[in-house]
Design a protein around this ligand. Structure first.
Ligand SMILES: [Mn+2]
Length: 308
C-alpha cells in the first residue's frame, strides 16, 4: 500500500491533494494507495471535508523503510517528517519552487507545473487519463483551488486553475461563491487559538541566504482579530526563535477581501530584512503591504533577494 501525503501543518490543498491523488493512483494506475496528513487539520480544511462528506485522512507521525510514499504539494524536506528519508519515495506532484535536498536511489516520477494549486495538476492528470472524477473528489479539488488562489485573486492564479475550477464546479454541482464564503468564514474563526497556534497553522521553514526563516501567514476576512493580538504574537515569535534555533519568524496577516497583507515585525532583524525586501517602513511594529497575498510568488522571492 502506497502512502500519499503532503506537508506538515496540512492545509486544504495538501489534504485534498493527498485524497485526490490516492484516488487517481487507485483508478488510473490500479495501485493500492491511501491518503494521510502529517498533523491536525485547520478549520478551513475540516469545513471542506465535512461539506463534501469525506472522512479526514489518518495522521502519519513516522515512516519507515517498509513504506512506499508519494509526496504531494511540497518538495521541501524541511516540511516533512524527520524519518521521511527512510521511506521509498515513488513520486512527487507539486507546484512549489524546487528547493532541493531530497535524493533517491532510483529514478522517480516528478510532475511539477507552474499552476496555483496541486489539485489543478491532478485535474490535468485525470483528464489525460480519461477518468471521470466522483462528485466529492471534484468538490475537494475545487476547494483546494479556491484556497490556494484565494478565490482566483492571488497572482499565482493561471488560466489553467480557472479552467480546472470551472470544470470541477460543474462535476461537483457546487456554487463557487458559496463554497468560498463558507471556507473563508471557517478560516477566519480564531476561537480557541493561542498566538503560538496562529504562527504554525500556515507556516513554512526555508533556508534563505544561510538563515533559517519561518514564514507564516494567516489568511482572513477579519484581519483586526489577529492584529489585536500583536503583543502576544511578538512574544510567541520570540519564544519560538529561542526554542527552535530559527533566525527569523515572519508573520503576515493577509486580508482576503482587500488583497493586502500586514506584517507583524518580531524584532530588529525581521524589520531590517522586511524593509530591504519590500522597500516599505515599519510603523508601530507593523508593515502594510497592499497587493501582497502570496507567500510563494511575492513574499518568498522578496525575502530571498534581500537575504542573498
Ligand atoms: Mn498548494
Amino acid at each position: 500500500m502506497i502512502k500519499v501525503f503532503g506537508h506538515l501543518n496540512p492545509d486544504t490543498d495538501t489534504t485534498c491533494s493527498a485524497i485526490a491523488f490516492a484516488w487517481y493512483l487507485t483508478n488510473a494506475k490500479q495501485l493500492s494507495a491511501t491518503p494521510y496528513v502529517l498533523g491536525d487539520l485547520n478549520k478551513e480544511t475540516a469545513y471542506v471535508l465535512e461539506k463534501f462528506g469525506h472522512i479526514a485522512p489518518a495522521t502519519l507521525s513516522e515512516v519507515t523503510a517498509d513504506d512506499s510514499v508519494v509526496l504531494v504539494d511540497t518538495n521541501n524536506p524541511e516540511e516533512l517528517l524527520p524519518s521521511f528519508a527512510e521511506a521509498k519515495l515513488l513520486e512527487i506532484v507539486d507546484h512549489h519552487k524546487l528547493v532541493g535536498g531530497i535524493s533517491t536511489p532510483e529514478p522517480v516520477t516528478i510532475t511539477m507545473r507552474t499552476v496555483a494549486c496541486t489539485t489543478t495538476i491532478i485535474w490535468q492528470l485525470a483528464k489525460e487519463a480519461n477518468l471521470t472524477l466522483p462528485n466529492d473528489i471534484a468538490g475537494l479539488m475545487l476547494a483546494a483551488i479556491i484556497s490556494d488562489t484565494l478565490k482566483f485573486t492571488s497572482p499565482t492564479t493561471t488560466d489553467v486553475d480557472k479552467a480546472a475550477a470551472q470544470a470541477l464546479a460543474e462535476i461537483s454541482g457546487v456554487n463557487v461563491d458559496e463554497l468560498a464564503d463558507g471556507m473563508f468564514a471557517a478560516k477566519s474563526d480564531l476561537t480557541g487559538m493561542a498566538p503560538a497556534d496562529l504562527l504554525t497553522m500556515d507556516s513554512k521553514v526555508f533556508t534563505l541566504g544561510g538563515k533559517q526563516i519561518r514564514v507564516s501567514s494567516l489568511e482572513t476576512t477579519k484581519p483586526a482579530n489577529a492584529l489585536a493580538m500583536q503583543t502576544e504574537l511578538v512574544t510567541a515569535m520570540a519564544d519560538m526563535k529561542a526554542s527552535s534555533g530559527l533566525d527569523a519568524v515572519f508573520f503576515f496577516v493577509v486580508d482576503i477581501i482587500a488583497s493586502s497583507a500586514t506584517l507583524i515585525v518580531a524584532s530588529d532583524f525581521e524589520r531590517e530584512v522586511a524593509e530591504k525586501s519590500f522597500e516599505k517602513t515599519v510603523t508601530n511594529g507593523l508593515m502594510e503591504l497592499p497587493g501582497v497575498v502570496s507567500r510563494k510568488k511575492q513574499i518568498i522571492p522578496a525575502l530571498e533577494k534581500a537575504l542573498s
